[in-house]
Ligand binder design. Structure first.
Ligand SMILES: [Zn+2]
Length: 267
């Protein structure tokens, strides 16, 4: 399933695998001025190819190498000849997506991407009418970058900002790096946020600062309870309550315990 909407010169493409006419776990890609930012998952690659066929396409940038952001790379590169740029750490995964292990839920919802060939991204990405600054935003993954167009105030943030309250994490999240990246993005004071979730927001800095405060307060509480000798499981129950449904869906890959452990790691 693919749904395209227009935000000024930016096209938003929201994609997901459909099951019996229903779709879950959408991811968004954005097209602007011949540049495509992320390519959704493998299951929606052909729809993305068809939806973007009328549009000029010179280049693809991947915000990070998770399978729901690089799934259309291979097909679009082959059919449209688009050059791909990503963080150097993402390139081996683009070339051989099977280097990244996909748990069952990831294979079901997003699938294995086709291989693609990327070049290391520089400090800026230029299109005919715009200049995008490449902002390092690690934490969600080590290779995560965001694109910021200073004149327009557009921030394409991939998964570096996820709205709502955090009650679970993957074991590989670096929560302190996530906080640092949020601080960096809020400091840009973007006029518009175009995130990987597809929920476009205006003036997101305030919401980002709330998130930073909430995460710092949670980190503080976790460390204090840990110093008092409480085990991780008890800290989780006290601070996060019952495990969210996503824990069962992901067979434990996403869980509250991982979030607690992330705050107890060395900074
Ligand atoms: Zn991701």
């Amino acid at each position: 399933m693919l749904h395209m909407t227009t935000h000024g010169p930016v096209r938003k493409l929201v994609m997901a695998r459909a099951f019996f006419g229903r779709s879950f776990y959408h991811t968004a890609a954005y097209w602007v001025d011949g540049l495509l930012i992320d390519t959704g998952c493998a299951y929606s690659a052909r729809e993305l190819l068809e939806a973007t066929r009328p549009l000029p396409l010179a280049r693809i940038v991947n915000t990070h190498c998770h399978e729901d952001h690089i799934g259309g790379n291979g097909l679009l590169q082959r059919e449209r000849g688009a050059a791909i740029a990503a963080h150097p750490l993402a390139l081996p995964v683009l070339a051989d997506p099977r280097r990244q292990y996909l748990q069952l839920y990831r294979r079901v919802f997003w699938g294995w991407p086709r291989p693609s060939r990327g070049d290391p991204i520089g400090d800026w990405v230029e299109t005919e009418h715009y200049r995008f600054q490449v902002i390092a935003t690690p934490g969600h993954s080590p290779d995560h970058i965001a694109l910021f167009e200073p004149r327009e105030g557009w921030l394409f943030s991939g998964d570096a900002f996820i709205g709502g309250q955090d009650r679970a994490a993957r074991p590989d999240y670096d929560m302190y790096a996530i906080i640092e990246s949020l601080r960096r993005m809020a400091g840009l004071d973007p006029a518009w946020l175009f995130p990987g979730s597809g929920t476009v927001r205006q003036r997101p800095a305030e919401e980002m600062r709330h998130k930073i405060t909430a995460l710092e307060e949670l980190a503080e509480k976790v460390r204090r309870l840990h110093d008092e000798g409480l085990p991780v499981e008890a800290i989780r129950r006290r601070l996060l309550g019952p495990e969210p449904g996503i824990r069962w869906l992901t067979l434990g890959h996403f869980g509250g315990e991982h979030l607690i452990r992330a705050f107890l790691r060395e900074r």
